[in-house]
Write a protein that binds this ligand. Structure first.
Ligand code: AKB
Length: 326
């Protein structure tokens, strides 16, 4: 088979997507591409791993051409809070990087490109509750603007160039393997680390900030299910809402406290991330994804919290042990 290339393979989602794809398609067929962030050992050691700078057109072209790539999962992206503090890099990675990948795909007859979008593709003018798939999209963040660009560019390459580009608007992703870097929804991961390590957490969002979220196993399932969906059923391509759970910091803290009774939370609001969160939806209408490729998440808030606490406790206990051994 032609190879699968995953950019951003060291990132929060990439580092879990690569093993899932290797299990499905075989270790040798899935190439993990990273750049500056060190790749987790299991990703680097279980199959091919290369360095690709998505901002460098030659580097992207080489990776796609030299490895006979048939599918690209383009996961490289600067998340929302970091993008606001580094406009130049956000433009280079999120906008030019995507353009380089799409052009390399066309030049090298790639069959399919998967490009995640985000709830950040919506803005303060968008209806916030049960946000429709088709609605006003006027994001006020650079990250959100780059995600709308990605959706529109992807649809352009579908319509004008016949490339099979697919994408979904991911909510905040909660996971225990690799921590996210400088997103707005990161508190929902950090709170679990803090709860286990310190029994307390200071949250940078207000207690009533409701945001759509999803547990990593559902995220991986959504990405792979969309990639494998029957093309003849798809009326959308790059812009599917995918919902799972929706909660506030106060509600998440309550769920954690019901499992770790000594846990406490306080709040020290960061105006940058609060402003970003306030411009995003509270919850999503994902009926298009349900109708066109049978999207159906498995984890509700309780199931997610149980699984997170279980896996993260084991991971942190293991790290504690190896620190002592050093
Ligand atoms: C972020 O917070 O920037 C991301 C996202 C919602 O796309 N997790």
């Amino acid at each position: 088979m032609r190879k699968i290339l995953v950019t951003g393979a060291a990132g929060q989602i990439g580092s879990e997507l690569v093993p899932a794809l290797r299990q499905l398609y075989g270790d040798e067929n899935v190439i993990a591409a990273g750049h500056r962030t060190p790749m987790p050992d299991d990703v680097r050691e279980s199959g091919p791993a290369i360095t690709v700078d998505v901002t460098d057109v030659a580097s992207v072209q080489r990776a796609v051409r030299d490895h006979d790539v048939g599918t690209v999962y383009h996961m490289s992206s600067l998340l929302s809070a970091l993008a606001e503090t580094n406009r130049q890099r956000a433009h280079a990675v999120n906008i030019e990087g995507l353009y380089n990948v799409l052009e390399a795909a066309v030049d090298n007859d790639v069959d399919q490109v998967i490009v995640p979008s985000s709830i950040a593709a919506f803005g303060p003018d968008t209806p916030p509750d049960n946000t429709p798939n088709e609605t006003l999209q006027r994001p006020t963040t650079l990250y959100g603007i780059s995600k709308v660009f990605g959706e529109l560019m992807g649809n352009y390459y579908v319509e004008k160039l016949g490339l099979d580009v697919r994408g979904l608007r991911l909510p905040g992703i909660i996971s225990w393997k690799t921590e996210p870097t400088a997103g707005t929804t990161d508190y929902a991961v950090a709170i679990f680390y803090a709860a286990i390590r310190d029994g307390r957490y200071t949250c940078y969002l207000r207690p009533d900030t409701r945001l759509p979220m999803m547990y990593m196993p559902d995220c991986i399932k959504a990405i792979i299910d969309l990639a494998r969906a029957d093309a003849s059923r798809l009326r959308h391509h790059t812009d599917f809402n995918v919902g799972a759970v929706s909660f506030t910091p106060a509600e998440l803290a309550e769920v954690i406290a019901s499992r770790l009774p000594d846990f406490s939370i306080d709040y020290d609001v960061d105006p940058l991330r609060q402003g970003i969160a306030d411009s995003w939806p509270n919850s999503l209408d994902d009926s298009a994804a349900r109708e066109e490729w049978d999207w159906n998440p498995s984890f509700d808030l309780d199931a997610m919290a149980d699984d997170m606490l279980d896996n993260l406790s084991r991971k942190l206990a293991g790290e504690g042990r190896s620190d002592q051994e050093e």
